[in-house]
Design a protein around this ligand. Structure first.
Ligand code: SF4
Length: 470
């Protein structure tokens, strides 16, 4: 996927004028956001679990080399293969090599953000291999030829009418109205594809070093069919998905669905350890794990190591006022919302992703709901500083910030300047109590009025109050 994060502002304005999208985003707020609140309230040890999850990830990341080696040994012992990919190009070449060795004509895929990150979908197809997405949301956006707009609900931006149109256009026949009938049609088509596929490609929510197991979590059971029916199974995943023991994975499984959709547990949790054994009735004969680095190991030991705790639950975006206004496509790359605002500049470079760390009100809701307590605003602030240091922001904004920093570092001047500005604006806005337009504040006044300052500044009132007390 070509990154287009520099166009964030224009794409977000377009998204805010899109009523269908705005309706979908409101549903997200009322559904998953509220659901997470209920699920957390119903589990007395929820906050304690978040601390345990953070500590397990911190421990794993501190010893990642050790756990990766143990994981590889266990996969080989179980009869599988592990492939190490330094970057996207290597990972794509490994997957294509496995497909060629198997003489594959078609693959079924279960949702994998890593596949999106490395551009695997287009690559497979450009090499003459048919790809069928089996997650319903992914299947819909495959038909629409669009990228996902949410980690958990990739087609959240599509209305029911969009889906009806897409199904009729691609499947032919009558336009289907009833939602259940639409699901039935997708199921009928996908069932045939599962049996025809030569290879199944899935991601992994967690990797377990102790047993060499890859764990997937779905609500549709599509990962199970993707991995269980074809002769060859490829898990395309990344190194930070590791946890030491199966027992540790249970902590994350208790947090993941609750944080994502408000469910106590996802409908299907599948553990894959190696290929089919003698006596097994089903399962793949060949089992491959592709372990992607793609810059992750260079995050270890830096401020951004904390981002490697992310379990891709989507809670941060479900609660982010900017994501809920702009939607996922505005972010211009695979990862969206607050987690995307930290990860995208990391993966594509701050020079191509600098608008994203600014796409935040810094209200802190993302951090307050993150199941592994990632300090997202702090990490976005790091990128903002980097953006300033590298002179990436427009000269006007840079000059404004430099001026503000000069004044803010001189308390007397700061008090004098804010006092004058508050008084002048208070006088000018006295009649209406607000401004419908103001020079240098058009970004604010375009969609709402700016309240005029009422009375003295906070600092002068504070000083007056203290004088009165002494
Ligand atoms: S940053 Fe936290 S809240 Fe956001 S997707 Fe990752 S784990 Fe979930």
């Amino acid at each position: 996927m070509q990154a287009n994060s520099l166009a964030f502002e224009a794409s977000a304005s377009e998204a805010m004028a899109n009523e269908t999208l705005q309706g979908s985003l409101r549903l997200l707020e009322q559904g998953w956001q509220k659901g997470r609140g209920r699920a957390a309230a119903n589990l007395p040890e929820f906050e304690e679990l978040r601390d345990i999850a953070r500590d397990i990830k911190n421990h794993t990341l501190a010893h990642l080399d050790l756990y990766l080696e143990v994981f590889e040994e266990r996969v080989i012992e179980a009869g599988g293969h592990v492939h190490w990919a330094r970057d996207a190009e290597e990972a794509r070449a490994i997957v294509l090599g496995i497909c060629r060795d198997a003489g594959a004509q078609s693959v079924t895929k279960s949702k994998s953000m890593i596949a999106e990150e490395i551009g695997l979908n287009e690559f497979i197809e450009s090499n003459g291999i048919e790809r069928v997405e089996t997650d319903l949301g992914e299947y819909i956006i495959q038909l629409a030829n669009e990228p996902p707009s949410h980690l958990v609900g990739p087609a959240i931006h599509k209305s029911m009418d969009d889906v009806r149109d897409l199904f009729q256009q691609h499947h032919g026949g009558e336009r289907i109205e009833a939602p259940a009938a639409l699901v039935g049609e997708a199921r009928r088509i996908l069932r045939r594809k599962y049996f025809e596929a030569d290879i199944g490609i899935t991601g992994a929510n967690f990797l377990v070093a102790e047993t060499g197991t890859a764990i997937t979590v779905t609500n549709e059971g599509n990962a199970e069919l993707t991995q269980g029916l074809p002769d060859t199974q490829i898990v395309v995943t990344s190194i930070e998905k590791m946890v030491p023991r199966l027992f540790d994975a249970t902590t994350f499984l208790r947090l993941l669905a609750r944080s994502a959709t408000g469910q106590e547990f996802s409908a299907y949790t599948t553990l894959m350890t190696g290929p089919r054994r003698a006596g097994d009735l089903d399962g793949p004969r060949h089992f491959h794990v592709v372990l992607l680095d793609n810059g992750r190991s260079s995050m270890l030991g830096t401020a951004f190591q904390e981002m490697l705790r992310c379990i891709r639950c989507g809670a941060c975006m479900n609660h982010c006022p900017v994501y809920l206004a702009a939607g996922g496509h505005a972010y211009g790359w695979v990862y969206v919302g607050p987690m995307g605002s930290v990860l995208t500049p990391q993966f594509i470079g701050i020079d191509k992703g600098y608008p994203l760390p600014n796409a935040s009100t810094f209200c802190g809701r993302c951090e307050s709901v993150c199941p592994v307590r990632i300090p997202l605003p702090k990490l976005m602030r790091h990128w903002r500083e980097e953006q300033f240091d590298r002179k990436l922001m427009p000269p006007r904004a840079r000059m404004g910030l430099a001026l503000w920093a000069y004044v803010a570092r001189r308390p007397r001047l700061y008090r004098l300047a804010t006092g004058i500005v508050a008084r002048v604006l208070g006088l000018l806005g006295r009649r209406d109590g607000s401004f419908s337009s103001l020079p240098f504040a058009s970004g604010w006044t375009l969609s709402r009025d700016m309240p005029a300052p009422q009375g003295a500044t906070f600092m002068s009132r504070y000083r007056k109050h203290r004088r009165r007390k002494t």
